[in-house]
Ligand binder design. Sequence first.
Ligand code: GNR
Ligand code: NI
Length: 165
Amino acid sequence: MMERPILAHPDPRLREVSKSVERFDEGLRSLIDDMFDTMRAAEGIGLAAVQIGVHLRVAVMQVEDQPARVLVNPEYEPLGEPMELDEGCLSVPGVRERTKSRVNRVLVRAQDADGECYEFEAQGLEAACVQHECDHIDGHLYIDRLSSLRRRRVLKRYEREREEG
Ligand code: GNR
Ligand code: NI
């Protein structure tokens, strides 16, 4: 059990595309354990491996009363309608912004830590979290999806927060 440091924007490692997991071994299990520790210590609802500098297509989630989820090589199909929500990211700490880039329902297909394929439907905040983590896995951040006006505004606030420490 070990927390690991979370990379913060504009770290270029957050922009690398993660590779598919092919080996379901003890190393993967210990990565997943560390990701849950790191996510919970940071009080996040999700975390992708790239956020701790590991470029594998792995994410963990624990949203409200939903079960803790391990997503290895995840994919999703949008099912619902676009929704607005307040989005934040552990790699853009200290700021949140209203977004409209997520749909409110998705069908998720992934593998678990043993490589077993499974699927589930997610709604609301959990659906948003799936889309957010899949973005990380492909090197994207939620701020990329904002209008340029909102992106400039949130980055200005973020940079001010960082300077103040
Ligand atoms: O903790 C988090 N909260 C959150 C809120 C709205 C939409 C997505 C998220 S995910 C985020 C944790 C994180 O950065 N995961 O990559
Ligand atoms: Ni994030």
